[in-house]
Write a protein that binds this ligand. Structure first.
Ligand SMILES: Nc1nc2c(c(=O)[nH]1)N[C@H]1C(S)=C(S)[C@@H](COP(=O)(O)O)O[C@H]1N2
Ligand SMILES: [Mo]
Length: 443
């Protein structure tokens, strides 16, 4: 072998020999792929069963050379900013089915296609969106961050000033506290994107807010900070000073590139583990004060109705939660046999300690394997091997975080909240697998 084979003859020859004498795969593989194709030594696939429908006419299948191998492909840099394969066109952000419809597309949400993603990272173009007044088109040269109120030295920063400070990069989830509005009767047609898609996870890069506040000089009586966005909603939230001095970031990048406009370009506040609303995008102002500023988003919205009908404000940390992403609503299992159940767990209070999976509607639970890395306030991928016997099954997952907090059932959660509560639904999610293999939302 010279390593060069311009006519592809070597490959064609080995394809022919494969057809004549298919090599058996290992026993486990044979069982896994029974009825379709068998993995031969070297990784090539030999069709040993009946060909898929229409395959006779299709010259792209083994042992033939596929058409994309016969002539050169696209040039480099076409396009200069790469896009997914055109065959992945279904993997997109979508409006949320099953939730309250948005009267306008300016104050609306779009959801992350969790059922199509693997690992823990959300690609930037698939990060969920929640805007209260559309996405502003901000010129970073003209963007400023103002720090004022109870500080020794009020300051105004350009983006260039800010990014001169030491930065950190950390992987964190972001979840809207309006995620999973499935309090009532489950709608069977909902996908994981509908039920849990106001959830994403990126590597965020930014300047620790504590460093900037140190430069401004926090006056001792300062206990809360008002954060304001430069969008037409002028989104404002009050942030406790302890959080600001702990792990809050002035984030300017996500997954290695500058923030996307939808995520707050050129600057957002990022509050790890907190409800998404508090991570104010397009951040233009931080004002230090002695008490919460009682803005719309912490009085009329983002509050919790308790069982005694009192209203609880400032529900910052997202509680431990998990969801099975495969198989989940809208998927279809093709045949009985082996499947790897896989999903995500997260907690706004730290690391995930355990994820349990049930395949019998919550009667019994077994520990899933947690995939490294297991980081605080970050999505953790879990995996669980499952032999589907072809009968009906109800799948569910349950997270425990490092504080010992266990994700509640719907029934248990409804004892802690009034039924009119809307935010912070972290109840166990179930998916029903029908005997034909169709997977639907079981709430
Ligand atoms: N300035 C501003 N910040 C904002 C919002 C907004 O509309 N305007 N929406 C908030 C809400 S409700 C959430 S859940 C997160 C969503 O962030 P994302 O769009 O990057 O996913 O941003 C928060 N910060
Ligand atoms: Mo949100």
């Amino acid at each position: 072998m010279t390593g060069q084979d311009p006519k592809g003859e070597g490959l064609a020859a080995s394809s022919r020999s494969l057809r004549q004498s298919p090599e058996p795969g290992s026993v486990t593989r044979r069982r896994l792929f029974a009825g379709s194709a068998l993995l031969a030594a070297g990784g090539a696939v030999a069709v040993i069963g009946p060909s898929p429908a229409g395959a006779e006419a299709d010259t792209n299948l083994p042992p033939d050379i596929p058409e994309w191998q016969i002539r050169p492909g696209r040039e480099v840099m076409s396009p200069p900013y790469g896009l997914p394969s055109r065959y992945e066109g279904e993997v997109v952000r979508r409006p949320r089915a099953g939730g309250a419809p948005s009267p306008t597309r300016l104050a609306a949400v779009s959801t992350t296609p969790l059922q199509n993603l693997v690992g823990i990272t959300t690609p930037n173009g698939l990060h969920y969106e929640r805007h209260h007044a559309g996405v502003p088109d901000i010129d970073p040269e003209q963007h400023r961050l103002m720090v004022h109120g109870l500080v020794e030295r009020p300051l105004i920063f350009t983006m260039a000033d800010l990014t001169r400070y030491p930065s950190v990069s950390r992987i964190y989830f972001l979840e809207c506290s309006g995620n999973s509005q499935t309090w009532g009767e489950p709608k069977s047609e909902l996908t994981a994107q509908d039920t849990h898609g106001l959830l994403s996870c990126c590597e965020w890069t930014g300047v620790p807010l504590a460093i900037v506040l140190d430069d401004a000089g926090v006056r001792p009586e300062a206990k809360w900070i008002l954060a304001e966005g430069a969008d037409a909603a002028a989104m404002t939230r009050s942030i406790p000073i302890e959080k600001a001095l702990d792990d809050a970031l002035l984030a300017y990048a996500q997954n290695g590139e500058r923030l996307r406009p939808e995520q707050g370009y050129p600057l957002r506040l990022f509050l790890p583990g907190y409800e998404g609303n508090a991570s104010v995008k397009w951040l233009r102002r931080l004002k230090l004060g002695t008490a919460p500023f009682e803005t719309r988003e912490e009085t009329s919205k983002y509050t919790m109705v308790m069982p005694d009908h009192t209203i609880r404000q400032f529900n910052f940390a997202m509680e431990a939660k998990s969801v099975i992403t495969f198989p989940s609503g809208g998927h279809r299992l093709s045949a009985p046999g082996f499947y790897e159940i896989s999903g995500l767990g997260w907690s706004g209070s730290g690391r995930i300690k355990r994820i349990e999976v049930s395949t019998d509607g919550g009667r019994s639970w077994q520990n899933a394997a947690l995939q490294e890395p297991i980081l605080p306030k970050c999505l953790t991928r879990f995996r669980f091997p499952w032999q589907w016997d072809g009968g009906p099954a109800t799948l569910a997952s349950r997270a425990t975080d490092e504080t010992g907090y266990v994700q509640p059932s719907h029934e248990a959660l409804l004892k802690e909240r009034d039924a009119r509560s809307y935010y912070h639904n972290n109840a166990v999610q179930s998916w029903h697998v029908a005997s034909g293999g169709a997977v639907t939302n079981a709430g």
